[in-house]
Design a protein around this ligand. Sequence first.
Ligand SMILES: *Cc1c(COP(=O)(O)O)cnc(C)c1O
Length: 462
Amino acid sequence: MHYISTRGDAPVLRFEAAMLTGLARDGGLYLPETIPTMSHDDIAALQGLSYEEVAFRIMRPYLGDAFTDDEFRGIISRAYEGFGHAARAPLVQLDQGHFLLELFHGPTLAFKDFAMQLIGQLFEFSLKRSGQRVCIVGATSGDTGSAAIEAFRGLDAVDVFILYPHGRVSEVQRRQMTTPSESNVHALAMDGHFDDCQARVKDMFNDFQFRDAVGLAGVNSINWARVLAQVVYYFTSAVALGAPHRKVSFTVPTGNFGDIFAGYIAKRMGLPIDRLVVATNQNDILHRCISTSEYKPDGVIPSISPSMDIQVSSNFERALYYAYDQEASAVSQLMDELKAGGFSVSQGASQALRESFDSDRCSETETLATIAKLSETTGELLCPHSAVGVHVAEAHRDPSVPMITLATAHPAKFPAAVEEASGLHPPLPDRMSDLYERSERVTRVENDLSAIETLIKERTAT
Ligand SMILES: *Cc1c(COP(=O)(O)O)cnc(C)c1O
């Protein structure tokens, strides 16, 4: 299996190298050259299997000869053993034909644990085997950073630096990043928004001298291995509701487009998905782009669903690549236009996008009202991101097709908004109930590339 860049001008890599590299050297994102497919019978055979076994069968064809079957089974099993639910990704019914896929039973209470825990085990295995050392640098609006730190803390061959926007993550998110005491963990609070943090990380990857000097590796949602890990729960949940014998639809609270893109891959692999619905908060650039073809960032407005507060949605580039019929030069040109302020998707590509995705936005008021309503009608407390999904899903449901909305975080990660909406205080699960008592460790940094690079070089010098 070979991996190619969406911009067509980076080395073709195998799975392991694409995973360790993250962002391609031409600024693009890696994708498999061809997408493996699952037959009707292959999918039917997933019925009744453990989450781990489904994960093995879905991901195995993408790995080539990177790991033996036994090695890969061991990696998967270690990745998910710390989850607080035997099903890993349980389904809960909200209403007739509407289901919630709870993706928040991992160690940091958000769906990012599904990918990050797996990546931690994959990196550890690969680096131990080759004797290499890497420096992981990531930007986060809250959940990616805590999930990355949780996945890499204490590993020998990895330093992990996480840039988050100072004052713009929830207290639980911040504490999950600042309380791990392992010396390979470095939480950096940067002045600015998430997009600024993400831009500095991209700058570091494009500074090849720095990149090679510190052995930079990326685990942001651009990393193909993360997208791949997320494909699995589309299969487990759809099969639980009757696939491949009947279709299901998904609504996905969306920011960087990684999670919903995994759904798109599942569909291309053969899973009978009817609609994939992109749900955004008031930062609705993706909804606007899908509905009007114009992609014009115009500033982030902070919301109560902060993990979706973005204007530059990295993985959308992968969707554009397929919408443009795998024409890398077209994608490359759009990304150049984006640097100059924005782009318009061509008519053909726009039509392809709308064939693949529906989209809608949810206001702050609607988000709060949805949390309150679901609490009353089902007893289910939703985090604000999941509430954005549920609100949009209700407007886009076809009564003849089951709808699965992805619940992307645990309500206790965003207690202020949940309490404002429902009057109920969502408690943290027992295993992390002392989070508010642990001491914090964080470094403040300015939005300045060379200052950040110097700090990373100093901390990784041996
Ligand atoms: C990251 C995140 C999202 C957005 O997911 P993308 O893959 O970036 O689209 C939604 N909800 C929560 C809670 C998240 O942490």
